[in-house]
Design a protein around this ligand. Sequence first.
Ligand code: FDA
Length: 370
Amino acid sequence: EKKYDYLIVGAGLFGSVFAHEATKAGKKCLVIDKRDHKGGNIYCENVNGINVHKYGAHIFHTSNKEIWEYVNQFAEFNRYTNSPVANYYGEMYNLPFNMNTFYQLWKVKTPEEAKKKINEQVGQHAVLNPANLEEQALSLVGEDIYNKLIKGYTEKQWGRSAKDLPAFIIKRLPLRFTFDNNYFDDKYQGIPVGGYNVIIDKMLEGTEVLLNTDFFQRKDYFTGMAEKVVYTGMIDQYFDYCHGKLEYRSLKFEHEHLDTPNYQGNAVVNYTDSETPFTRIIEHKHFEFGTQHDTIITREYPNEWTDQEEPYYPINDTRNSEVYLLYKDKAAQETNVIFGGRLAEYKYYDMHHVIAHALKKVRTELKQAE
Ligand code: FDA
């Protein structure tokens, strides 16, 4: 008889949803995390009443009613609507590309005028088989939008010229012919009142959590404590990198406290020129309509990934996808380990995806355990 039913590695969203449901079903769980806080990448640090998104801006959005109702049991959500603004050498444009943007670019006032202008802009760039990201973007939106709003940002993000990036990175570039700056098309959107920690704390209420605890420092010991392991860390690390390392893009965040109540008038401002070294500035208080006397901003710099950096975005090129499949096969043979979440599945997941996926896995698991 083991002490726990589940040892859960990672107190991020996946681990927390799993732990919540399993505990509710009467299972005994131990959650461990190597960081000094719960929440994984959705963790916020409260500084003078401002919730600082320590691992990048997080906006909850989904069209899935069940998931929306699920998260709403842990926190109330405010009416925050993501409507980023682009700064191109001091010229300001609304995003996503919509009638406001087209007016700002060309003074066109009607959808018909806008469509005509975009057709002109695409002109001879309309190609059937774009050879790279630049050709792809030009063929979809034409010169001005590409040069002012896409090129610099994308090149900074990937650390490479758009001519050297594959066309498939940009499949579509939605153009909206209404005056609507809402970035997401989803039905539901918002920020949890009090920040994301409220959700995680409530999910993990009644579950034992050990922080500052790295699974790999005592892998056999922890594995031996429970009937099953739920693993949400990096999949290649679980298998001791036996098929080589999976690669990531990383980010660097530079936080600054400023003695002014409102620095940029919006939560997210993208810097789309190629000279500014960062891609965006987040002003955290605006996620929650903060009225503090001061503010905290974060400059976000794209960064090459090394072992010392946080792994943020998986790189889904051929090499990494093939290596991942080798690990996935090995994972399928580990009958007492459940792999889930963005690192164990080497996949970019939004929060609503992670919740849906964790719910599916934990429900299947609990049914089998009955
Ligand atoms: P997460 O990484 O959160 O949790 C894994 C946990 O496991 C971590 O806490 C880690 O410390 C721990 N761990 C790993 N190895 C361990 C070990 N060996 N021992 C112990 N613990 C270990 N989504 C969205 O819906 N809206 C948004 O606006 C954004 N914005 C956004 C911005 C940026 C920059 C990124 C990178 C991502 C987003 N996301 C997002 C996605 C969101 O962050 C993501 O869906 C969830 O945080 C993933 O939760 P997981 O539990 O899978 O991983």
